[in-house]
Design a protein around this ligand. Structure first.
Ligand code: CU
Ligand code: CU
Ligand code: CU
Length: 356
């Protein structure tokens, strides 16, 4: 038995060595097995000044952890539901070739994951791009206003020259909130309910963060419609080369200045940072500036290195989180990456456990 497993190990090593010897194409073709653990917890996050939301959070945070793998990788994810309502996880964009029971749709591919229970998903990263994962139970509430979403980036086996030119990834997940239901699990998101707060990576301006760049950077913005409305994302001062739709490379990329990111969609643009200054990147839907509440919504600012600070600048002296758009995590290779900035307060499941 021991000899047999040793033999298998040796065969694996030999195939890796052969792949390396054959050059980069062969290395890229070598799939890895990756295994992750996700919990779903009830926490409260601060979305905007004066607005907190109770959420179902993957590993206690919104957005959920970044999962970064390579095309062909075999992925196993163990999910534990620590909340008071049932959930599943749908891997949006993964085609589940030969693994349809891991598609995460309740009453179609699996039973929902009940409170206190676990479920394991197995799938292969069968296509590249900006994918994502989200709950597929009561999506109008759990996805639209309870933060049950996170980025899943699948690097292509054979990246294009344009993809290789990128020096920094910026992951922007736009979504909607309904403050009347912020504190009430099990309610909201129904027809007639009105979204009144809007955010990028679960923070409305000014709680969102800038993107600090320098001249010569090539930024790949990966924009997600994680909520229930269309976000018209407009970057000032730069041409955006629209390069990927729903993770797929366009045969002929073209320049745009405003990108319509609807529910479920992903738009990637690749931008040459060639115009030093401070430039806003915002949602052009006026209602999404949290009108009626506080001026806010999905807003960030390109802050170029070397531009002198102004004391009237809204984010002058702001504490900077370089990983707010997962830019630092995306440089760290493959795996699952968390960010403390996104973690909510006092999971109820922990409070319950402590009280018992
Ligand atoms: Cu759910
Ligand atoms: Cu989806
Ligand atoms: Cu504008």
């Amino acid at each position: 038995m021991e000899l047999r497993s040793l033999g298998l190990q040796r065969a694996h090593l030999v195939s890796c060595a052969a792949a390396i010897a054959l050059g980069s194409w062969a290395i890229a073709a070598h799939a890895e097995k990756r295994e992750f653990n996700l919990t779903i917890d009830e926490v409260t996050i601060n979305v905007a000044p004066g607005f907190n939301a109770n959420v179902f959070a993957f590993n206690g945070q919104v957005p959920g952890p970044l999962i970064h793998v390579r095309e062909g990788d075999e992925v196993t994810v163990h999910v534990t539901n620590n909340t008071t309502l049932p959930h599943t996880i749908h891997w949006h964009g993964v085609n589940q070739t030969g693994t349809w029971k891991s598609d995460g749709v309740p009453l179609v591919t699996q039973q929902q994951i009940e409170p206190g229970s676990e479920f394991t998903y197995h799938w292969t990263a069968d296509r590249p791009g900006s994918l994502w994962y989200h709950c597929h139970v009561n999506v109008w509430e759990h996805v639209a206003i309870r933060g049950m979403w996170g980025p899943l980036i699948v690097d292509p086996k054979n990246p294009s020259a344009l993809e290789k030119s990128v020096t920094r990834d910026v992951i922007m997940m736009m979504n909607t909130w309904e403050s009347p239901f912020g504190g009430s699990y099990g309610k909201g998101g129904s027809p007639g309910d009105v979204a009144d707060y809007f955010s990028v990576n679960a923070k409305s301006f000014p709680l969102s963060q800038p993107v600090r760049v320098k001249k010569g950077d090539v930024v790949r913005f990966r924009m997600y419609g994680a909520g229930d409305e269309v976000h018209e994302m407009h970057l000032h001062g730069h041409d955006q080369l629209f390069s990927h739709k729903d993770g797929y490379a366009l045969p002929n990329p073209y320049y745009v200045d405003t990108v319509p990111v609807g529910p479920g969609e992903r738009y990637d643009t690749i931008v040459q940072m060639n115009n030093p200054g401070r430039f806003i990147f915002h949602d052009h839907v006026d209602r999404h500036l949290n009108m009626g509440g506080m001026l806010g919504g999905p807003i960030t600012v390109m802050e170029y290195e070397g531009v002198a600070p102004d004391n009237w600048y809204a984010w002058n002296g702001k504490a900077y989180d370089p990983d707010f758009f997962y830019s630092e995590s995306m440089k760290k290779g493959y795996g699952m990456f968390t960010n403390v900035t996104f973690i909510g307060t006092a999971p109820k499941s922990e409070r319950r456990a402590r009280q018992q």
